[in-house]
Design a protein around this ligand. Sequence first.
Ligand code: GTP
Ligand code: MG
Length: 582
Amino acid sequence: MNPGEVSTLVDIGDAPIDPQSLVMLAEQLRGALVDASLQLESPGAGEARAMRDQAVHQLDDYVLPRLRDVDAPVLAVVGGSTGAGKSTLVNTLMGRVVTRAGVLRPTTRAPILVHHPSATRWFETTRILPGLARVRGGTPTGHTQIELVESTTLPADLAVIDAPDFDSVVDANRQLAAQLLDAADLWVFVTTAARYADAVPWEFLRRARQRGVAIALVLNRVPPGAAGDIAAHLTEMLGREDLGGAPVFAIDEQPLTAEGLLPDTVVGPLRSWLGALVSDQQARTEIVRRALVGTVGDLTQRVEAVAAQVDHQVAMRSWLADRADESFARAAARIGQAVANGDVMRGEVLARWHELIGTGELLHQLQSRIGRVRDRIGAALHGRATNTTQFEGAVTSGVEVLVGEEIARAVDEVVSQWRSVPAGQALVGQLQRTDLARPSADLGQRVERLVRDWQGELLETLRREGAGKRNAAKALSYGVNGVALVTMVGVFAHTGGLTGAEVAIAGGSSAVGHKLLEALLGDQAVRTIAANAREDLQTRIAALLDAEAARYHEVVDARPGNADAGGRLRWLSNALRDGVTR
Ligand SMILES: Nc1nc2c(ncn2[C@@H]2O[C@H](COP(=O)(O)OP(=O)(O)OP(=O)(O)O)[C@@H](O)[C@H]2O)c(=O)[nH]1
Ligand SMILES: [Mg+2]
């Protein structure tokens, strides 16, 4: 579907877009991202692939679920460094141990989602975070699971996720934490008095700001009496980062209860703040709207980076394909030249030709009646190594050597041209593992077949043309196979190279051969046939070269993308952004 078709489904004027159409746009954008062709190893391709994956996650984990169910509970993700006390905080908010806190770092490896029993239907399906399997009552075993826990302490309109640490030494923890934060309407950042100035949390906070999600900071484990100073410093830092609106909840360092909870009173202000946000319908809608607008804005930037790489790869693919086409076109031109200027007639072919006319075999053939010539062809096909078949063999191997050499040169050219760009370099690496770094393995057989088919066609033409054309008919009365051989010589010994007469003379051949060439090649009909046969040979060789070039196209176009795939990605993400901003 192109942008024009989408615009017939979605009003792109100023009127608000209905949620269903927005869902459809987001689904189309998701499809376009998944289909984006990024298989070349161009500079920035790895980053673009990561961006594409993140963008698909953003759509799956946040945008699509929110567009489909704007009334689903607000999702608050509790994130921060390991050991900051996230799990302890969540347990204290719930008034019981719902998630294990611990001394072994990192403690929380799989996320725990706490929700009110009445909100079960929103979370037990894969509506959000479809990549994570739901587990209840057991300990989640990996990064592909999320544990669901019910709590009546929570309002029905709020769910809380205790996330793994976002600066983990465990790579998968970090990625999962980032994915969870991307799925949230609201981020509760837990940091400690000792660590709040660290770089990593601030990167995440900037990301939160960019995504437009509501943020609260919990400054945990504050030495008694230091809360004022530290909170002031943190507030100042937040102001500098354009996060001045985020509330800071400072919690003093204190002994935990026997259960490992903080005293309930210290989380009172945070609990009230969260409660107030979700109990007010308007505040809740506003939180969701801002997060949606922010996320789609963020998504648009990621899509732009993907689209730029997609555009680049479309151009790069055609550049690479053009280099292959050019190399093979040059090979075709050189072969054409070699055929036209008689190069193919030199060497082995010429020697066999001399043998052929020297022994009088050709004369003998030309004097045969057509029927007898058929017998001869039959005999030749049965493997009698006559001079005729040797001549034909020499023509075949002459063409084969020529075509083989030129294709090998074209392959070298493609490889060295491709090597000059990173994407091509990577492809050459792939080529070298396959047989593409060399001409096709069956090239010899294909050239042999090519020459055989071409000769067959030539014989057919001579038979056809013989009927009704006086001179040709006269010539043909000498025998089709002989005329075909003379015509073949005419094809290879064209003007600019050896003439047929020269071939004969140069070989010191008998007067018969000379006379015969004069009689036949001097004839306009045979010249025309020779010209056509030359063209036919060129066409067949061109097709062979196209087939060789096609092997390189296949590598480049392993998954050919729509030429305007980049434009379509941009159109869809811009339409989605415009749609949610209204
Ligand atoms: N005394 C005291 N101990 C705390 C406090 N908060 C957390 N702890 C302890 O610090 C350790 C880490 O706390 P957790 O709640 O597991 O920290 P976390 O942020 O969930 O850590 P990860 O799951 O590894 O990311 C545990 O042993 C807690 O008991 C506090 O305010 N006071
Ligand atoms: Mg934890």
